[in-house]
Write a protein of this length. Structure first.
Length: 79
């Protein structure tokens, strides 16, 4: 449901910035957290693989899961 022009004007008047700016900031935060978590997960998986605690298949499954999650969130949040 889209807000009316009056609702958008009231939001901007009380907050000092537009709802589009809030949306951009929230999306940026979500993707920053996702990328940080992905880097941590892939690094941890790489260390496990390098020390022979997990197999190459398990390492690749971590990478594939992260890429799939990133693509799905990109599709749902940016479309």
């Amino acid at each position: 449901m889209r807000p009316t022009a009056d609702q958008l004007a009231a939001f901007q008047a009380t907050s000092g910035f537009s709802s589009a700016a809030v949306s951009t900031a929230v999306l940026g935060f979500v993707f920053a957290v996702l990328l940080l978590w992905g880097a941590w997960a892939m690094r941890a998986a790489y260390v496990g693989w390098a020390e022979h605690r997990i197999t190459q298949r398990q390492f690749l499954s971590v990478v594939v899961r992260f890429v799939a999650m990133y693509l799905v969130l990109t599709f749902f949040l940016l479309s």
